[in-house]
Design a binder for this molecule. Structure first.
Ligand SMILES: [Zn+2]
Length: 333
């Protein structure tokens, strides 16, 4: 059998798993080794997840969506139709079924590859990443409704649901979480309340601020920016507020960081994408904190609650042939 070694095995091998999927064989090797606890690079960033843009960062950069399923759906439909025309369990039916499975696996591989590339880039360049705590299941709930109360715009909602499920947000968040922990950073999830409707300049909350899907224009102070960038700025601010609350041991208000009580439009400096670093810990909290916190603060623990020492054991999976990343990555022990 042909074998391609996609990466070197580092450390002591603890466990080897051989698996088969769609006619391809995979060897996953789990190893254990000591790694120096890396110091995180870069600062804090907020991320707004979306359908038009997969992820928008509070510094203005964004990642276009891959829409893996959408790209392959015509081919998938044809293959499924061809399969339905064959006599069930015949040899031709088996061939057609293999074709359908192959397309499904290609969709999954492309999506995973994209998520891994994006989450690696973000986690290597930031010490703190704030993300909305999205309930994808609620967001993509069927719009059909009941026979007494049929839903509105069912077709449009069904298209949006497909697009949401095609993004892989939950997997993206999981990858960001463990990759940040590997790099010495943190992931902070914040409640998504009002993040798309709050003006980052004056704090005015109104759905009228969102003129179109893509454009944000504050009805109070006239601040204008791309709506996704505004969302990401608000997520970052909410993350800072959450962190400040953790430091102070305070109970976090549900909308912490998405609300400013006493700032008027008059003292409103125009925020440029570069000026976001000026947004410090949420104004709702009395005691502002500086970022990054020194290594002495109790916050420098990984998201799994492990105190980070100078040396820690990193359990690592490496998947050998065909795929350069394993979906079952290890956690720092
Ligand atoms: Zn405003």
């Amino acid at each position: 059998m042909r074998y391609r070694n996609s990466r070197d095995v580092l450390g002591t091998v603890k466990n080897v798993t051989v698996s088969q999927s769609c006619g391809k064989w995979y060897v996953s090797v789990q190893t254990e080794r000591e790694v120096e606890q890396p110091l995180p690079n870069g600062g804090a960033v907020g991320i707004d997840m979306g359908v038009a843009r997969f992820a928008t960062l509070s510094d203005g950069t964004f990642y276009a969506p891959l829409n893996s399923f959408k790209r392959h759906q015509t081919a998938l439909r044809r293959a499924q139709q061809a399969m339905s025309r064959k006599t069930k369990f015949s040899n031709n039916w088996k061939k057609a079924r293999a074709k359908v499975q192959k397309i499904h696996s290609r969709i999954g591989n492309a999506r995973r590859d994209y998520l891994h590339k994006t989450s690696t880039t973000i986690s290597q360049n930031h010490a703190m990443v704030c993300i909305e705590d999205l309930q994808v299941r609620n967001m993509s709930r069927s719009a059909a409704g009941s026979s007494e109360q049929p839903g509105k715009q069912v077709r449009a909602k069904s298209g949006l649901n497909k697009a949401i499920l095609d993004q892989g947000w939950a997997e993206f968040r999981r990858q960001l979480d463990y990759k940040l922990a590997w790099n010495g950073g943190h992931l902070i999830a914040v409640p998504p309340r009002n993040t798309s409707r709050t003006c980052p300049c004056c704090g005015h909350v109104s759905s009228a601020n969102r003129q179109t899907q893509a454009r944000f224009e504050c009805v109070e102070c006239g601040f204008e920016e791309n709506a996704d960038v505004v969302g990401a700025i608000n997520v970052l601010r909410a993350g800072h507020a959450r962190l400040a609350c953790e430091v102070n041991g305070a109970v976090m208000p549900s909308a912490a960081g998405t609300h400013r009580s006493d700032s008027g439009a008059a003292q409103c400096p125009r925020l440029s994408a570069a000026g976001i670093s000026g947004l410090q810990a949420g104004e709702d909290v009395n005691e502002p904190i500086s970022w990054p916190p020194g290594p002495a603060t109790p916050l420098l623990r990984s998201s799994r609650g492990v105190i980070v020492h100078r040396h820690s054991i990193l359990m690592e999976h490496s998947l050998l042939p065909f795929v350069s990343f394993s979906s079952t990555a290890g956690t720092p022990a």
